[in-house]
Design a protein around this ligand. Structure first.
Ligand SMILES: C[S@@+](CC[C@H](N)C(=O)[O-])C[C@H]1O[C@@H](n2cnc3c(N)ncnc32)[C@H](O)[C@@H]1O
Length: 326
Protein backbone atom coordinates (compact mmCIF):
# COMPACT_ATOMS: atom_id res chain seq x y z
CA UNK A 1 0.00 0.00 0.00
CA UNK A 2 1.46 3.36 -1.00
CA UNK A 3 2.36 5.80 1.80
CA UNK A 4 1.40 8.70 -0.51
CA UNK A 5 -1.99 10.34 -0.01
CA UNK A 6 -4.76 9.34 -2.43
CA UNK A 7 -4.84 12.00 -5.21
CA UNK A 8 -8.31 13.28 -4.13
CA UNK A 9 -7.13 13.92 -0.55
CA UNK A 10 -3.91 15.49 -1.73
CA UNK A 11 -5.85 17.89 -3.97
CA UNK A 12 -8.33 18.69 -1.17
CA UNK A 13 -5.45 19.54 1.19
CA UNK A 14 -3.68 21.76 -1.35
CA UNK A 15 -7.02 23.51 -1.88
CA UNK A 16 -7.48 23.91 1.89
CA UNK A 17 -4.02 25.46 2.26
CA UNK A 18 -4.91 27.99 -0.46
CA UNK A 19 -7.76 29.32 1.71
CA UNK A 20 -5.37 30.77 4.35
CA UNK A 21 -2.53 33.32 4.07
CA UNK A 22 0.76 31.34 3.89
CA UNK A 23 2.18 33.35 6.82
CA UNK A 24 -0.71 32.37 9.13
CA UNK A 25 -0.48 28.73 8.13
CA UNK A 26 3.29 28.72 8.76
CA UNK A 27 2.81 30.30 12.22
CA UNK A 28 0.11 27.76 13.10
CA UNK A 29 2.35 24.95 11.86
CA UNK A 30 5.13 26.18 14.21
CA UNK A 31 2.68 26.24 17.17
CA UNK A 32 1.69 22.68 16.29
CA UNK A 33 5.33 21.52 16.30
CA UNK A 34 5.93 23.21 19.67
CA UNK A 35 2.82 21.55 21.17
CA UNK A 36 3.85 18.20 19.71
CA UNK A 37 7.42 18.45 21.10
CA UNK A 38 6.10 19.53 24.51
CA UNK A 39 3.63 16.60 24.53
CA UNK A 40 0.67 18.99 24.82
CA UNK A 41 -1.61 17.14 22.35
CA UNK A 42 -3.80 18.72 19.67
CA UNK A 43 -5.24 21.94 21.10
CA UNK A 44 -5.97 23.61 17.75
CA UNK A 45 -8.05 26.59 18.93
CA UNK A 46 -8.91 28.13 15.53
CA UNK A 47 -9.69 27.05 11.94
CA UNK A 48 -6.17 27.97 10.78
CA UNK A 49 -4.71 25.66 13.46
CA UNK A 50 -6.93 22.81 12.27
CA UNK A 51 -5.93 23.52 8.65
CA UNK A 52 -2.26 23.56 9.70
CA UNK A 53 -2.71 20.16 11.35
CA UNK A 54 -4.28 18.76 8.21
CA UNK A 55 -1.65 20.11 5.79
CA UNK A 56 1.37 19.52 8.02
CA UNK A 57 0.51 16.25 9.77
CA UNK A 58 -2.17 14.39 7.82
CA UNK A 59 0.22 13.18 5.07
CA UNK A 60 2.60 11.75 7.69
CA UNK A 61 -0.03 10.12 9.90
CA UNK A 62 -1.68 8.75 6.74
CA UNK A 63 1.64 7.18 5.69
CA UNK A 64 2.11 5.61 9.13
CA UNK A 65 -1.46 4.20 9.03
CA UNK A 66 -0.90 2.89 5.49
CA UNK A 67 2.22 1.03 6.68
CA UNK A 68 0.38 -0.55 9.62
CA UNK A 69 -2.62 -1.47 7.46
CA UNK A 70 -0.38 -3.08 4.84
CA UNK A 71 0.71 -5.42 7.64
CA UNK A 72 -2.92 -5.99 8.66
CA UNK A 73 -3.62 -7.16 5.11
CA UNK A 74 -0.47 -9.24 4.82
CA UNK A 75 -0.55 -10.90 8.24
CA UNK A 76 -4.29 -11.62 8.71
CA UNK A 77 -7.25 -12.87 6.71
CA UNK A 78 -9.52 -10.11 8.07
CA UNK A 79 -12.17 -8.78 5.68
CA UNK A 80 -13.70 -5.81 7.49
CA UNK A 81 -16.91 -4.21 6.20
CA UNK A 82 -17.40 -1.68 8.99
CA UNK A 83 -14.92 0.78 10.51
CA UNK A 84 -14.68 2.84 13.69
CA UNK A 85 -11.99 5.57 13.59
CA UNK A 86 -11.73 6.96 17.13
CA UNK A 87 -9.80 10.19 17.79
CA UNK A 88 -10.29 10.53 14.05
CA UNK A 89 -9.18 14.16 13.68
CA UNK A 90 -9.77 15.05 10.02
CA UNK A 91 -10.36 11.37 9.16
CA UNK A 92 -6.78 10.45 8.26
CA UNK A 93 -6.92 6.81 9.34
CA UNK A 94 -10.32 6.26 7.72
CA UNK A 95 -8.88 7.38 4.35
CA UNK A 96 -6.08 4.83 4.80
CA UNK A 97 -8.48 2.03 5.81
CA UNK A 98 -10.67 2.64 2.74
CA UNK A 99 -7.54 2.30 0.57
CA UNK A 100 -6.41 -0.88 2.35
CA UNK A 101 -9.89 -2.46 2.46
CA UNK A 102 -11.86 -1.08 -0.51
CA UNK A 103 -14.79 -3.40 0.30
CA UNK A 104 -15.49 -1.29 3.40
CA UNK A 105 -19.13 -0.18 3.73
CA UNK A 106 -20.12 1.69 6.89
CA UNK A 107 -17.66 4.14 8.45
CA UNK A 108 -18.05 5.83 11.85
CA UNK A 109 -15.64 8.57 12.93
CA UNK A 110 -15.52 10.01 16.44
CA UNK A 111 -13.50 12.91 17.83
CA UNK A 112 -13.72 15.32 20.75
CA UNK A 113 -12.81 18.36 18.57
CA UNK A 114 -15.68 19.88 16.55
CA UNK A 115 -13.28 21.75 14.23
CA UNK A 116 -11.55 18.50 13.27
CA UNK A 117 -14.90 16.87 12.54
CA UNK A 118 -16.03 19.81 10.38
CA UNK A 119 -12.82 19.72 8.35
CA UNK A 120 -12.87 15.92 8.10
CA UNK A 121 -16.41 16.00 6.71
CA UNK A 122 -15.39 18.63 4.20
CA UNK A 123 -12.33 16.67 2.98
CA UNK A 124 -14.30 13.40 2.84
CA UNK A 125 -16.67 14.85 0.19
CA UNK A 126 -14.02 14.06 -2.43
CA UNK A 127 -13.38 10.59 -1.00
CA UNK A 128 -14.63 7.09 -1.82
CA UNK A 129 -18.38 6.38 -1.31
CA UNK A 130 -17.88 4.89 2.18
CA UNK A 131 -16.30 8.17 3.33
CA UNK A 132 -18.83 10.39 1.58
CA UNK A 133 -21.59 8.55 3.48
CA UNK A 134 -19.64 8.32 6.77
CA UNK A 135 -21.20 9.00 10.18
CA UNK A 136 -19.16 11.71 11.99
CA UNK A 137 -19.82 12.02 15.72
CA UNK A 138 -18.51 14.26 18.47
CA UNK A 139 -17.44 12.12 21.41
CA UNK A 140 -14.59 10.73 23.45
CA UNK A 141 -12.64 7.56 24.17
CA UNK A 142 -14.27 7.30 27.58
CA UNK A 143 -17.82 6.80 26.33
CA UNK A 144 -17.34 5.16 22.92
CA UNK A 145 -19.71 2.24 22.32
CA UNK A 146 -19.78 2.00 18.48
CA UNK A 147 -18.67 -1.52 17.51
CA UNK A 148 -17.12 -2.25 14.09
CA UNK A 149 -15.17 -4.98 12.25
CA UNK A 150 -12.03 -2.82 12.35
CA UNK A 151 -11.34 -0.23 15.03
CA UNK A 152 -8.44 2.15 14.51
CA UNK A 153 -6.95 4.89 16.69
CA UNK A 154 -4.18 6.85 15.02
CA UNK A 155 -1.96 9.28 16.94
CA UNK A 156 -4.77 9.57 19.46
CA UNK A 157 -4.15 7.03 22.23
CA UNK A 158 -1.16 9.14 23.35
CA UNK A 159 -3.57 12.02 23.96
CA UNK A 160 -5.38 10.18 26.74
CA UNK A 161 -3.40 10.08 30.00
CA UNK A 162 -0.71 7.34 29.82
CA UNK A 163 -2.17 5.49 32.81
CA UNK A 164 -5.40 5.12 30.79
CA UNK A 165 -3.78 3.74 27.60
CA UNK A 166 -4.12 0.06 28.55
CA UNK A 167 -7.71 0.40 29.73
CA UNK A 168 -8.67 2.43 26.65
CA UNK A 169 -7.07 -0.12 24.33
CA UNK A 170 -8.92 -2.94 26.12
CA UNK A 171 -12.21 -1.07 25.60
CA UNK A 172 -11.46 -0.58 21.89
CA UNK A 173 -10.50 -4.26 21.56
CA UNK A 174 -13.92 -5.10 22.99
CA UNK A 175 -15.57 -3.02 20.25
CA UNK A 176 -13.57 -4.61 17.41
CA UNK A 177 -15.10 -7.55 15.53
CA UNK A 178 -11.92 -8.51 13.61
CA UNK A 179 -9.04 -6.07 14.07
CA UNK A 180 -7.82 -3.33 16.36
CA UNK A 181 -5.11 -1.13 14.84
CA UNK A 182 -3.21 1.35 17.02
CA UNK A 183 -0.73 3.79 15.46
CA UNK A 184 1.34 6.23 17.51
CA UNK A 185 4.27 8.62 17.08
CA UNK A 186 7.58 6.70 16.97
CA UNK A 187 8.75 8.29 20.21
CA UNK A 188 9.48 6.75 23.62
CA UNK A 189 6.12 8.11 24.84
CA UNK A 190 4.18 6.87 21.83
CA UNK A 191 5.72 3.43 22.25
CA UNK A 192 5.15 3.38 26.04
CA UNK A 193 1.37 3.68 25.55
CA UNK A 194 1.41 0.88 22.96
CA UNK A 195 3.57 -1.35 25.15
CA UNK A 196 1.08 -0.95 28.03
CA UNK A 197 -1.80 -1.62 25.64
CA UNK A 198 -0.04 -4.70 24.22
CA UNK A 199 0.52 -6.26 27.67
CA UNK A 200 -3.13 -5.72 28.63
CA UNK A 201 -4.43 -7.12 25.32
CA UNK A 202 -2.17 -10.19 25.34
CA UNK A 203 -3.33 -10.92 28.92
CA UNK A 204 -6.90 -10.71 27.58
CA UNK A 205 -6.07 -13.39 24.97
CA UNK A 206 -5.50 -11.14 21.93
CA UNK A 207 -3.27 -12.21 19.03
CA UNK A 208 -0.68 -9.70 17.86
CA UNK A 209 -0.49 -9.83 14.06
CA UNK A 210 2.22 -7.15 13.62
CA UNK A 211 4.84 -5.91 14.11
CA UNK A 212 5.63 -8.50 16.81
CA UNK A 213 6.53 -12.10 15.91
CA UNK A 214 3.92 -13.36 18.36
CA UNK A 215 2.73 -12.65 21.86
CA UNK A 216 5.89 -13.28 23.91
CA UNK A 217 7.15 -10.55 26.26
CA UNK A 218 8.27 -7.43 24.39
CA UNK A 219 12.08 -7.24 24.58
CA UNK A 220 12.23 -3.42 24.15
CA UNK A 221 13.41 -1.97 27.44
CA UNK A 222 13.84 1.80 28.00
CA UNK A 223 15.78 3.74 26.78
CA UNK A 224 15.18 1.49 23.73
CA UNK A 225 11.78 1.62 22.05
CA UNK A 226 10.24 -0.20 19.11
CA UNK A 227 9.54 2.09 16.18
CA UNK A 228 9.77 2.24 12.42
CA UNK A 229 10.01 4.92 9.74
CA UNK A 230 8.12 5.66 6.54
CA UNK A 231 9.23 8.04 3.76
CA UNK A 232 6.51 10.12 2.12
CA UNK A 233 6.28 12.91 -0.42
CA UNK A 234 5.69 16.41 1.01
CA UNK A 235 2.71 18.51 -0.06
CA UNK A 236 3.52 21.78 -1.84
CA UNK A 237 1.68 23.57 1.01
CA UNK A 238 3.74 21.73 3.63
CA UNK A 239 7.02 22.66 1.96
CA UNK A 240 5.90 26.31 1.95
CA UNK A 241 4.76 26.23 5.61
CA UNK A 242 8.04 24.62 6.75
CA UNK A 243 10.28 26.62 4.38
CA UNK A 244 11.65 23.20 3.34
CA UNK A 245 13.19 22.31 -0.03
CA UNK A 246 13.40 18.55 0.46
CA UNK A 247 10.52 16.89 -1.44
CA UNK A 248 10.05 14.12 1.12
CA UNK A 249 9.93 13.60 4.88
CA UNK A 250 10.53 10.59 7.13
CA UNK A 251 7.86 9.85 9.72
CA UNK A 252 8.83 7.73 12.74
CA UNK A 253 5.91 5.67 14.06
CA UNK A 254 5.04 2.74 16.32
CA UNK A 255 2.05 0.48 15.79
CA UNK A 256 0.13 -2.64 16.76
CA UNK A 257 -2.19 -4.77 14.65
CA UNK A 258 -4.29 -6.88 17.02
CA UNK A 259 -6.56 -9.69 15.85
CA UNK A 260 -9.72 -11.01 17.48
CA UNK A 261 -10.35 -14.75 17.87
CA UNK A 262 -11.57 -16.18 14.56
CA UNK A 263 -9.18 -14.08 12.46
CA UNK A 264 -6.30 -16.14 11.06
CA UNK A 265 -2.90 -14.60 11.84
CA UNK A 266 0.46 -15.32 10.20
CA UNK A 267 2.98 -13.35 12.26
CA UNK A 268 6.43 -12.56 10.91
CA UNK A 269 9.08 -15.13 11.93
CA UNK A 270 11.13 -12.10 13.02
CA UNK A 271 10.96 -8.32 12.52
CA UNK A 272 13.85 -6.05 11.52
CA UNK A 273 14.21 -3.44 14.26
CA UNK A 274 16.75 -1.04 12.74
CA UNK A 275 18.23 -0.22 9.32
CA UNK A 276 20.47 -3.20 8.38
CA UNK A 277 24.22 -2.45 8.14
CA UNK A 278 26.14 -3.89 5.24
CA UNK A 279 29.90 -4.41 5.44
CA UNK A 280 32.46 -6.46 3.56
CA UNK A 281 31.70 -9.67 5.43
CA UNK A 282 27.93 -9.44 5.20
CA UNK A 283 24.83 -7.66 6.48
CA UNK A 284 23.99 -7.21 10.15
CA UNK A 285 20.32 -7.36 11.13
CA UNK A 286 18.83 -6.38 14.50
CA UNK A 287 15.81 -8.64 14.92
CA UNK A 288 12.86 -9.10 17.22
CA UNK A 289 12.22 -12.84 17.41
CA UNK A 290 9.86 -15.01 19.49
CA UNK A 291 12.89 -15.64 21.73
CA UNK A 292 13.69 -11.95 22.24
CA UNK A 293 15.79 -9.32 20.47
CA UNK A 294 18.97 -10.53 18.82
CA UNK A 295 21.46 -9.63 16.12
CA UNK A 296 22.37 -11.84 13.19
CA UNK A 297 24.80 -11.47 10.30
CA UNK A 298 24.04 -12.81 6.85
CA UNK A 299 27.47 -13.51 5.34
CA UNK A 300 27.86 -12.29 1.74
CA UNK A 301 29.22 -15.74 0.85
CA UNK A 302 25.88 -17.36 1.89
CA UNK A 303 24.45 -16.68 -1.56
CA UNK A 304 20.95 -18.04 -0.99
CA UNK A 305 20.25 -16.22 2.32
CA UNK A 306 21.93 -13.10 0.96
CA UNK A 307 19.61 -13.19 -2.05
CA UNK A 308 16.57 -13.54 0.22
CA UNK A 309 17.55 -10.70 2.55
CA UNK A 310 19.50 -8.12 0.53
CA UNK A 311 16.50 -5.92 -0.27
CA UNK A 312 15.07 -5.99 3.25
CA UNK A 313 14.93 -2.87 5.37
CA UNK A 314 13.88 -1.55 8.75
CA UNK A 315 10.39 -2.76 9.66
CA UNK A 316 10.30 -5.64 7.18
CA UNK A 317 9.69 -9.22 8.21
CA UNK A 318 12.86 -11.33 8.24
CA UNK A 319 12.23 -14.39 6.11
CA UNK A 320 13.93 -17.06 8.21
CA UNK A 321 11.72 -19.24 10.35
CA UNK A 322 12.32 -19.17 14.15
CA UNK A 323 14.10 -22.60 13.93
CA UNK A 324 16.56 -21.21 11.37
CA UNK A 325 17.42 -18.16 13.44
CA UNK A 326 20.62 -18.11 15.47
C1 LIG B 1 -2.95 14.05 16.77
S1 LIG B 1 -4.64 14.05 16.38
C2 LIG B 1 -4.77 12.61 15.37
C3 LIG B 1 -5.88 12.70 14.39
C4 LIG B 1 -5.98 11.57 13.38
N1 LIG B 1 -6.35 10.32 14.02
C5 LIG B 1 -4.72 11.42 12.59
O1 LIG B 1 -4.10 10.37 12.63
O2 LIG B 1 -4.33 12.36 11.88
C6 LIG B 1 -5.38 13.49 17.87
C7 LIG B 1 -6.90 13.56 17.84
O3 LIG B 1 -7.40 12.92 19.01
C8 LIG B 1 -8.51 13.68 19.46
N2 LIG B 1 -8.68 13.38 20.89
C9 LIG B 1 -7.85 13.66 21.91
N3 LIG B 1 -8.36 13.20 23.07
C10 LIG B 1 -9.55 12.61 22.76
C11 LIG B 1 -10.55 11.96 23.52
N4 LIG B 1 -10.43 11.80 24.83
N5 LIG B 1 -11.63 11.48 22.88
C12 LIG B 1 -11.76 11.63 21.52
N6 LIG B 1 -10.85 12.26 20.76
C13 LIG B 1 -9.75 12.74 21.36
C14 LIG B 1 -8.10 15.12 19.20
O4 LIG B 1 -9.23 15.98 19.16
C15 LIG B 1 -7.42 14.99 17.85
O5 LIG B 1 -8.32 15.17 16.79
Amino acid sequence: MSPALPPALRAALEDLAGRFPGRDLAAASRRLTEDYKAGRGSRLPSPVDVAAYATARMPATYAACASALAQARERTDAMPHTLLDIGCGPGTAAWAVTEAFPELGAVTLIDAHPGMIALGRDLARSGPPALVAADWRRGGFADVTAAADIVIASYALNEVIPAEAARTAARLYGLAGQLLVLVEPGTPNGFAGLAAARSALVSAGARIAAPCPGESTCPAIAPDWCHFSVRLPRLRAHKAAKGADVPFEDEPFSYLVVAKPGVAVTPAGARILRPPRTGKAGTDFALCTPRGALGTTVPSRDRETHRLTRRLGWGDAFPLSPEDQP
